[in-house]
Design a protein around this ligand. Structure first.
Ligand code: DGT
Ligand code: MG
Length: 379
């Protein structure tokens, strides 16, 4: 008796970047449900709804204990009517009917399978579904034209949908590090993305590369890619040029979050030997012949980003994630501080000037936020 009243209400600040969110999540049942609805909204190109569910899930991830009753949620930020209904359903019935029916819907299943192909986004998947393509078999049979990325994505579908372990990430890191120092001595490389936040698995491996002398990083990416390609490490790659300086005339406010770094999206060939940390034997590349069944390597999505040292702290902060944490940092900067934050710079609209920073700590300080280390950015 009186149990409900005894359960203290939780309290968390509004912005995810004001909170410390470790990987320890006491409410996975609730956050998985809300994340699924977020994903479904994103796959249906309803980004507003997607963000609302992501924010709600992030609030629950930050709670110190499992939610036991709805009354504990009173006064928490970012929990809209829809999210509260889902939570209530789960607390009372053990599951949310909306989540269960979404999970089982043909449309959701098809969107998942098709966007599971590297290079296929929500829009393409939707078009294919309207053409009656719901799975990989139908895709191969009815044969819409695939671009180079999608062809590679389809070819390595199973591998790319397997989680990447931290040890795989480290093995790839050793290869990339070796490539980096051999094409540009003095350059250095940092593991970013989810693995920097302490995640044990990821969907890809992300690296940020810079050189302590401004300008020395120019032209690094093509050399790095050539080195990796010549050693047979890349199954696919697409490099995008750095257009930041080119577009820097006009008003100083960065126009979008789209990245203008030299960036390479790749599919990396990780061999058993690399996994064990031994030398790469030249003989392992089998040309043209597809190994039946067991093969001595796996494909892994790897993203490489090159940044000039002057932007390094912003790139590091911008590429460590989580995606929601990044979004919340930018929202905080804009709404609370009248600043514009990107992976390149921080602009103060009131002072009409860029604020320099050489570390993540300085950026948090500019933003008037307590420093949150990477392991606590898992919002
Ligand atoms: P994962 O790989 O699924 O385990 O999780 P994350 O957190 O590594 O996510 P990922 O790899 O998609 O992206 C790494 C971080 O980099 C992400 O938290 C936000 C950032 N990021 C990703 N794509 C872009 C982009 O196009 N521009 C910018 N500025 N940042 C990006
Ligand atoms: Mg990642």
């Amino acid at each position: 008796q009186g149990n409900e009243a005894e359960v203290a209400a939780f309290s968390v600040p509004s912005y995810a970047c004001q909170r410390r969110t470790t990987l320890e999540n006491h409410n996975t049942v609730l956050t998985d449900a809300l994340s699924l609805l977020a994903e479904n909204a994103e796959l249906s190109e309803e980004d507003g709804r997607g963000v609302a569910f992501r924010r709600a899930a992030a609030v629950l991830k930050a709670l110190p204990k499992p939610v036991a009753s709805m009354t504990q949620l009173r006064g928490l930020p970012c929990l809209g009517e829809h999210s509260l209904r889902v939570i209530k359903d789960i607390l009372e019935n053990g599951a949310s009917s909306e989540v269960e029916s979404t999970k089982q819907s043909e449309r959701y299943k098809a969107l998942k399978v098709l966007t599971g192909i590297f290079g296929v986004g929500a829009r393409t998947a939707d078009r294919w579904i309207r053409d009656g393509i719901h799975n990989l078999r139908q895709l191969q049979d009815s044969g819409p034209t695939l671009n180079r990325a999608q062809q590679a994505g389809l070819e390595h579908y199973d591998d790319l949908n397997q989680p990447v372990s931290k040890s795989d990430a480290d093995a790839i890191g050793e290869v990339v590090e070796k490539a980096v120092v051999s094409v540009l001595p003095g350059a250095h490389m940092t593991l970013i993305g989810g693995f920097r936040r302490g995640k044990l698995t990821g969907h890809d491996v992300d690296f940020l590369i810079t050189h302590p002398e401004e300008g020395r990083e120019v032209g690094l990416m093509p050399k790095l890619v050539s080195w990796l390609e010549s050693q047979g490490f890349l199954l696919y790659q697409k490099t995008t040029r750095n257009s930041y300086l080119e577009s820097k005339d006009g008003p100083a406010r960065p126009a979008s979050n789209m990245d203008r770094f030299e960036r390479c999206f790749s599919i990396f060939k990780l061999t058993k030997e690399e996994k064990r940390g031994t030398k790469h034997p030249e003989t392992l590349t089998e040309n043209g012949t597809k190994p039946a069944g067991h093969k001595p390597w796996r494909a892994v999505r790897v993203d490489l980003v090159v940044s000039p040292i002057s932007q390094f702290a912003f790139a590091l902060l911008g590429w460590t994630g989580s995606k929601l944490f990044e979004r919340e940092l930018r929202r905080w900067a804009g709404h609370e501080k009248s600043m514009s934050l990107s992976s390149h710079a921080l602009y103060d609209n009131r002072q009409s000037k860029y604020l320099r920073a050489t570390s993540e700590e300085e950026i948090f300080a500019h933003l008037g936020l307590e420093f949150v280390p990477p392991s606590e950015r898992n919002a």
